[in-house]
Design a protein around this ligand. Structure first.
Ligand code: BGC
Length: 714
């Protein structure tokens, strides 16, 4: 439909709607839906979380799962896992799966992806987000959103903006300067709007520039709509609206919340009355309804011919397995202890609660009712078969939660945050005694067995909505366990499963092999087994820096994090590696890092300005697979301006490409850098500027392993 006819149709319907009907369309009239207008065949908008699959079906007016057997879904890798693949194709496919499943489940909008900047390792929701770097986020979220929206379903990119902590998330104000907003916190959202054409954006709970984000005129009208041209639906986070007049006059279109008094929502009865009294103009409501109707047309909700979707298909599960296998990151591999040779493996000791834990049903609103979830223990046993004797012991004492509770934590989330997660650190005497017993049992077995794989990390008691972590240490005395096992068995492979960086300093030097993954979906156990047994050559790279301790992280040592009233982002643009590299802080593992079972060589760098557009630069180089296994490498382009008149980061990611190579094969890679790769946001001019200067262009296999380097005058 062309723009004019879309506009005409929207205006035509709008003119037929009563004020009451319009009000019904702009607030929740159910926990996950708005009201439709039957007499004009306008359906309600049905939503669902997000982001790792379509959430279980809730009653309309109670936080209670309906509990039928028809809402099991495909459980996808988390956003951080998708970002770890550094593969745009995998992001696209993940979006396609999510969109088809959402549509298959009858949804109009899936509350995903989460793309907030990972500012501190301690944020409880890091697993739902992608990275500390705006370029990686933008490049990965665009295909993901496009994939979702192919199924006539709206994505809903969240949480706009600067929702960087869970502590006091409803009250805290994020203080951030305009340079950091424009260079770090906004680009992902801007790309989602301008490149992916997302139909939905969700506001954040926190405040920014003195306003609650979900009713901020500055954010939702000036930035999102006027500057970026967003013409889709802006939805509040659940309970993020606090004032009728403010929200009415902001760019927010739909108010959602966690309470059941739908008529009392700020954009319900109170708004109706204010309009009737003449305190608020009806025009502001019309504008919201216009956005909703236009989006409904774009999703074919009003004119027929809409795609119908599907869920739980074998194709979806196959795609999820591929993405999960690419999301695994190999951090250390001395003496080529990995991959394991299954033919010679007559016995294997598997230790750790995470080898056996089901993660899909936790995390907060990201919880999934997965059709199944292959644990690592299950993956190893089923792939190794009967010739390998697999012995399992739990190793550490992670309390199992009661997942069968009738009411969901979200019911009381506005007053209590995530009450369910709060008792996670309970560590009474009986817990300690049991931990010691489990540890001793594991050590005794490790002494006797030739090969050990130890699965440690976090779970959704820690990687959880509504609560941040208090430090980066492994809970449940896991450091003790790792050290004790390594002391008796040098052939212990450590697999860390966690949605955020964890401290490894107490044992990393003793470990020969370490593997990391975020939560990687229902085929996770098979994906990890594929990597451990060498059926898949690992190609994931870290989407965040792993600092040695959270105290090294700029959010903590420069700015403040976890504050109850304000979170001052004093570190400005120096987030993640931008800080560690510029201020010479040695991380445990740097941004962009990840090993392979093969090796790669970089050669023949060439830098060229594009003839027609001299501000565009072509970076070309060869990558050669110098090992004897096929594998993939993520080549990363970093740019710096050492002569800049401003204090700038030592390097910034501006492009990347994942390249698959057979043994001995070489490929020429060409990456085009746009002008924005060379510009920065000037606070004095309130816009992006490019200084005439000599720029340094670096090509590397991680942010700290630069293989080729050149200078270019622009
Ligand atoms: C979360 C959102 C989520 C919404 C609906 C809120 O608590 O912050 O990300 O989409 O609930 O469940």
């Amino acid at each position: 439909m062309n723009k004019d006819s879309l506009k005409d149709r929207v205006e035509d319907i709008l003119s037929q709607l009563t004020l009451e009907e319009k009000i019904g369309m702009i607030h929740g009239n159910g926990l996950f839906r708005t009201e439709g207008v039957k007499r004009l065949n306008i359906p309600p908008i049905k939503m669902s979380d997000g982001p790792m699959g379509v959430r279980a079906e809730f009653k309309n007016d109670e936080w209670m799962n309906i509990g039928n057997s028809d809402d099991y879904v495909t459980y996808l890798p988390s956003n951080m896992a998708i970002a770890s693949t550094w593969n745009r194709e995998k992001a696209k496919e993940s979006g396609e799966v999510l969109g088809e499943e959402a549509r298959g489940r009858g949804k109009d909008m899936i509350l995903a992806p989460g793309i907030n900047i990972v500012r501190s390792p301690l944020c409880g929701r890091n697993f739902e987000y992608m990275s500390e770097d705006p370029c990686l986020i933008s490049e990965m979220c665009v295909p993901l959103i496009e994939g979702i929206q192919e199924s006539d379903v709206s994505a809903c990119v969240k949480h706009f903006a600067v929702n960087t902590q869970e502590t006091m998330r409803l009250e805290v104000e994020s203080i951030v300067d305009d340079q950091a907003l424009n260079e770090i916190y906004y680009p992902g959202f801007k790309a989602a709007v301008q490149k992916a054409h997302t139909h939905g954006v969700m506001g954040a709970y926190n405040l920014l520039k003195g306003e609650n984000c979900c009713q901020s005129k500055y954010l939702l009208s000036d930035v999102l709509r006027d500057q970026w041209g967003f013409d889709g639906i802006a939805v509040s986070d659940w309970g993020g609206v606090h004032d009728t007049k403010k929200v009415a006059e902001s760019g927010l279109d739909i108010e959602m919340s966690v309470t059941y008094n739908f008529d009392e929502y700020f954009m319900a009865q109170p708004l109706l009355e204010a309009v009737k009294k003449g305190e608020i103009k009806e025009e502001v409501i019309d504008e919201k309804v216009r956005h909703i109707l236009a989006t409904m047309y774009r999703l074919h909700m009003l004119d027929g011919g809409r795609k119908s979707g599907c869920y739980n298909t074998p194709e979806h599960r196959a795609k999820v397995l591929e993405t999960a296998s690419e999301a695994v990151v190999l951090l250390k591999n001395e003496e080529e202890i990995l991959p394991l040779n299954s033919e010679k493996l007559d016995e294997l000791l598997v230790i750790g609660d995470n080898a056996e834990r089901i993660h899909s049903n936790g995390g907060g609103s990201a919880e999934i009712k997965a059709l199944y979830e292959i644990s690592p223990l299950m993956g190893l046993k089923s792939q190794l078969g009967g010739n390998t004797e697999v012995v399992y012991t739990r190793g550490y004492n992670a309390l199992k939660k009661d997942m069968n509770k009738e009411l969901n934590w979200q019911e009381t989330s506005l007053e209590e945050g995530n009450a369910d997660a709060k008792d996670r650190d309970k560590n009474d005497e009986s817990v300690k005694v049991e931990s010691k017993r489990l540890r001793e049992e594991a050590v005794e077995l490790a002494k006797k067995m030739k090969q050990v794989v130890l699965f440690i990390g976090l779970n959704h008691d820690y990687d959880v909505e509504g609560l941040d972590k208090k430090d980066m240490k492994l809970p449940y005395e896991q450091d003790e366990l790792v050290k004790s096992v390594l002391a008796v068995n040098k052939n212990t492979i450590i697999v860390v499963m966690a949605g955020a960086p964890v401290e490894m300093g107490e044992w990393i030097d003793q470990a020969k092999a370490v593997v990391w993954s975020s939560y990687i979906g229902m085929e996770g156990g098979n994906a990890i087994t594929n990597v451990l047994l060498g059926k898949v050559n690992p190609s994931g790279k870290l989407p965040v820096t792993f600092p040695k301790t959270y105290l090294d992280c700029p959010a903590h040592c420069v700015g403040d994090f976890g504050g109850e009233k304000v979170a001052d982002h004093k570190e400005g643009i120096f987030v993640g590696y931008r800080y560690y590299d510029t201020f010479n802080v040695e991380p445990q593992f740097c941004f962009g890092y990840g090993l392979s079972y093969t090796t790669f060589a970089y050669e023949n760098l060439e830098l060229k300005k594009k003839k027609d557009v001299p501000t565009k630069v072509l970076v070309s180089f060869d990558i050669r697979n110098t090992g004897d296994r096929a594998g993939a490498e993520v080549a990363q382009i970093y740019v710096a301006n050492p002569q800049c008149t401003q204090k700038r980061p030592k390097k910034e990611l501006k492009g990347f490409e994942k390249v698959y190579l057979e043994p001995g094969q070489a490929k020429r890679v060409v990456i085009e850098l746009e002008e924005n790769a060379f510009s920065y946001y000037s606070m004095s001019e309130s816009k992006f500027v490019t200084e005439e200067s000599e720029f340094q262009i670096m090509v590397g296999s991680s942010s700290r392993d630069i293989q080729l380097e050149g200078m270019l005058q622009l």
